[in-house]
Design a protein around this ligand. Structure first.
Ligand code: SAH
Length: 423
């Protein structure tokens, strides 16, 4: 049952007996005074006892893995590197006290008398022991474990089994895992996912669709980055040059927000539905006009490109509305552009005094919320409420107190760009 062995060799037995004798006899003074002949006799007796013990240990049931069994985390933690360098059988076959004894030599033959395979008694050896322990009594043909069929079958057939060191075995497992993951990654992300059963003609269609999807994702990330990293005027030019880019951007945007547990635009719609329908609303960066289509209020919808006939195409830093003509201005995930001060000044211009500025923005864009609120305050607003409870987006309500205070730049307005990761 135990093929670890390592207890038979006489030198080893001798060394072990010395190791065992030492600590046991050290405290007793009279032992050091015993005559030399009697000490040798004692040693011989002990050696014989040890050999008997060793023989009987070969028929013992397997031990449960202890701290030195090599399976537990504690092996690597407590024994550390030095522990790993010890031959495997020392840590496995011997009980903790004896195992740490310097007297146990590696490479000793096994109980059966066959040469011990050496450090093999690692995971493979352990597993074999576990398997045999799990067998029903008298079951001589254990079902080969999934992970180790050749070995088990080879052993069952009586063929010599190539044995691996613990390190080799680990590397083999690691390589297997790597191969598996490589295949998975390639299949999952690119082409393989669910396509293996398709005929060739359909497969090429699926592949093309996937490639196009990846291309569109890349374009979305690029356009999104442009919108955050350039001024609103430059963004307007970008879409004038390439109107198709807008559709790509919006598909990507919708997909991203669709992954969130909640879309902030619904909160804003909820808010407006709870207020008088007579309030005039201006939706800056309206996208597909969800607000305008969901409330009874008069809503001015502004964006760089018209996704719907409701949209007034313009740069939101310069909207075609009279001063103090609206009650609520909305920026839902639309504080893009590097000229936010100009954009918020425009919102102030069109708002009537006491009117509401609503901002919903991606949470990760805020490096310093206090600085942001303070900067908006400088533009003629006061904070009414803020909701930082959602991990994806924050919401702020300001009311207009007056004209923007004249002054220099407001670094608190510089929000981080919201860049999406490649998936
Ligand atoms: N508010 C919408 C869409 C948010 S996406 C919603 O929550 O569903 C941000 C929108 O702001 C985009 O449609 C983008 O085109 C628009 N946008 C960005 N910069 C703009 C600018 N300078 N002028 C007008 N719209 C702008």
């Amino acid at each position: 049952m135990f093929d670890e062995g390592g207890w038979n060799k006489e030198d080893d037995g001798e060394a072990l007996s010395q190791a065992l004798l030492r600590p046991r006899h050290r405290p007793a003074q009279h032992c050091t005074l015993a005559p030399r002949g009697s000490l040798q006799k004692q040693r011989r007796q002990l050696l014989a006892t040890l050999q008997r013990l060793e023989a009987s240990s070969c028929t013992d049931p397997p031990q449960s893995p202890g701290p030195l069994s090599g399976d537990s985390e504690s092996e690597s933690d407590s024994a550390g590197r030095a522990g790993r360098k010890q031959p495997r059988k020392q840590r496995q076959g011997l009980k903790p006290r004896a195992a740490s004894s310097p007297g146990v030599a590696p490479g000793a033959p096994s109980c059966s008398g066959a040469p011990h395979p050496g450090p093999e008694a690692g995971p493979a050896g352990r597993r074999r022991r576990k398997d045999s322990a799990a067998e029903a009594p008298g079951d001589s043909t254990p079902a080969p474990s999934k992970e180790q069929p050749s070995r088990e079958l080879g052993a069952a057939a009586g063929r010599p089994v190539p044995l691996l060191t613990r390190k080799q075995w680990r590397n083999k497992q690691k390589n297997k895992r790597r191969q598996k993951n490589k295949f998975k990654a390639g299949a999952g992300q690119d082409v393989g996912q669910g396509t293996s059963a398709l005929p060739a003609s359909e497969l090429s269609g699926v592949l093309r669709a996937r490639m196009e999807e990846r291309l569109q994702s890349a374009r979305f990330r690029y356009i999104n980055q442009q919108l955050y990293m350039s001024s609103s005027q430059e963004a307007a030019q970008l879409f004038q040059r390439d109107p198709a880019a807008f559709a790509i951007y919006h598909r990507g945007f919708a997909r991203q927000v669709g992954r969130w547990p909640e879309n902030p635009v619904h909160r804003i719609i909820q808010y407006l539905r709870g207020r008088p329908a007579s309030l005039v609303v201006a939706d800056f960066g309206c996208g597909d006009c969800k607000i305008a289509t969901s409330v009874r209020n008069k809503v001015h919808s502004f964006d760089l490109v018209a996704l719907s006939p409701r949209v007034t195409v313009c740069d939101m830093a310069k909207v075609p509305l009279a001063d103090e003509s609206v009650d609520v201005t909305v920026f839902c995930l639309a504080l893009m552009g590097t000229n936010l001060q100009e954009i918020l000044e425009e919102a102030n211009r069109v708002l009537r005094p006491g009117g509401t500025l609503k901002v919903a923005e991606v949470a990760s864009r805020f490096a310093d919320i206090r600085a942001f609120v303070s900067a908006v305050t400088q533009l003629g607003f006061q904070i009414v409420s803020k909701d930082l409870g959602n991990p994806f987006f924050y919401m702020f309500d300001f009311s207009k107190t007056g004209q923007p205070r004249a002054g220099g730049s407001l670094p608190g307005l510089a929000l981080r760009p919201c860049l999406y990761k490649k998936r």
